[in-house]
Design a protein around this ligand. Structure first.
Ligand code: LFR
Length: 483
């Protein structure tokens, strides 16, 4: 058995997990978890990336302590789209901007004046979201910081650079910039050229499984690890790693990666670039081994996290138990609506959306929680149905992975809404996918299907059977659609 460290940074916490892998099992355990607290500065919302790097070093030290200082490799994944800018000496120019920052408001329309939205989609297959790196770059371009930038590194690539001294741009995450052509799996030189974006800002592309350097001597000294420790490029977009760890068997499945976001869709062998797909706001992000992650972003448990924050962090277990007793589907909101992207005042915003659509206004925390969970399940249903139709790819089962698998009510409601069995897999799916790609680069044999079989053998799965009544979900959807 060999030990691999997966660094997995989420929007609200980071963790370093140790994966022990052999030819017939994979086991994951948590070495260290630390908060990820964005900070609001006068100029806007920023990631505290130095604190995150400190957490990564603490985590590697803790990981090493569990395996006699010997790690076979390290891999880093995080949320997508955001980046740090480096000066000509390789020093970070300021704190990376948070994708929920308001700087991209109204920017997309300006970009579309040069490259119309339909042409952008046909070339990149990426859904519209205000925070796509492309729009962030358009917003940043005039800044003083940007004028001094010689290099742009996406967040996992930035941390990898600090760990190894080597720069690269990992492909699955690069595909979220909206500057990659999903057919060639290379930069979209045409889009970049038309928008005047210098692709020389980006370090060369690397693919999951490629070497990404070795831990610098200083990092070894700080963490007590015995060198050399290779760093391996993984699916550095957390969703790419999580999809790799979907415990699927065959091809007729949909997945939902649930956490701060719900990412719901299909694994395909080619992108869907039709106008209909664009109108439905599906994205074609790149996955492992030539796959395409054809999915829709849904606001996810962010809606609940923000409410819980506003309510002063009550006991979540008790809240969910109470929410389970609230009558179902009294009111729903559109959990895909950009209106819920920014932080703050979430209970009021949800109540406001219910009022505006002429539905009963949820008042108590339990009622609001129920409204959120019903709304998420409804959005899951819509994404799973739309994806099958748009990609002409029918499914028999929905796999749920990520933090939301702990929420049994959400899993059951998703099964009910989709009218399909839901199989809940790993909570730490991103870390699991991260570890498996490292192990494969280190000699573990197997294609994606074989890696998934290994997972299925190694972990418990929970099955939720639909309880009927899909008509009620259809009716709830109609209430939203006629708004
Ligand atoms: C999930 C995720 C989503 C991406 C969002 C913003 O953690 O990576 O896939 O759309 O965060 O980066």
């Amino acid at each position: 058995m060999k030990s691999y460290a997966a660094v997995d940074l989420g929007a609200s916490s980071g963790r370093v997990m140790v994966g022990r892998v052999s030819a017939d099992s994979v086991e994951l355990s948590e070495a260290h978890r630390f908060p990820n607290r964005p900070v609001r500065l006068p100029e806007g919302l920023r990631w505290d990336v130095l604190a995150l790097y400190g957490g990564v070093l603490d985590g590697l030290r803790a990981a090493g302590a569990r395996c006699g200082g010997r790690l076979a490799s390290v891999g880093v994944d995080s949320w997508a789209v955001d980046y740090g800018l480096l000066d000509a000496d390789g020093a970070l120019l300021g704190n990376p901007v948070h994708y929920r920052d308001a700087r991209t408001e109204g920017v997309a329309e300006k970009v579309w004046a040069t490259v119309p939205a339909a042409e952008l989609y046909a070339a990149t297959g990426v859904q519209y979201a205000p925070f796509n790196t492309l729009y962030q770059l358009a917003a940043a371009r005039a800044s003083d910081q940007f004028a001094h930038a010689g290099r742009l590194l996406l967040i996992p690539d930035l941390l990898t650079y600090w760990l190894t001294g080597e720069q690269g741009t990992e492909l699955t995450n690069a595909s979220t910039t909206q500057l990659v052509d999903p057919r060639t799996r290379d930069w979209s030189y045409e889009v970049a050229g038309r928008l005047g974006i210098d692709l020389g800002l980006f370090a060369p592309l690397r693919r999951p499984g490629d070497p990404a350097g070795t831990l610098r001597p200083q990092v070894l000294a700080e963490t007590g690890l015995t060198g050399p420790v290779p760093v391996t490029a993984v699916g550095s977009h957390d969703t790419a790693s999580a999809v790799a760890a979907v415990p699927a068997d065959g091809e007729r499945f949909a997945y939902i990666c649930t956490g701060t976001w719900s990412l719901a869709g299909l694994e395909l062998s080619a992108p869907v670039l039709t106008e209909e797909s664009r109108a439905a706001n599906f994205t074609n992000e790149l996955g492992l081994d030539g796959t395409v992650r054809y999915l829709r972003n849904i606001m996810g448990l962010w809606l609940l996290q923000e409410c819980v924050r506003a309510w002063g962090e009550p006991d979540l277990g008790a809240l969910l138990r109470e929410a389970a007793t609230v009558p179902p589907l009294r009111s729903v909101v559109d959990a895909g609506d950009e209106e819920f992207l920014a932080p703050g005042r979430m209970p009021e915003r949800i109540a406001g959306a219910c009022r505006a659509s002429g539905q009963p206004v949820p008042r108590t925390p339990a009622e609001i929680t129920r409204c959120i969970l019903d709304s998420l399940a409804l959005a899951h249903r819509r994404a799973v149905l739309d994806a099958q139709r748009l990609a002409d790819h029918p499914v028999d089962v929905v796999y749920l992975v990520g933090g939301g698998t702990r929420n049994a009510l959400l899993c059951q409601l998703t099964a009910d809404a989709c009218g399909l069995p839901v199989v809940a897999g790993a909570t730490e799916a991103a870390a699991l996918g991260n570890v498996l790609v490292q192990a494969r680069a280190d000699g573990l044999a197997g294609d994606l299907a074989a890696l998934r079989r290994l997972l299925v053998r190694s972990q418990p799965l929970t099955r939720y059977t639909p309880r009927g009544g899909t008509g009620r979900w259809r009716a709830a959807q109609a209430r939203l659609a006629t708004r």
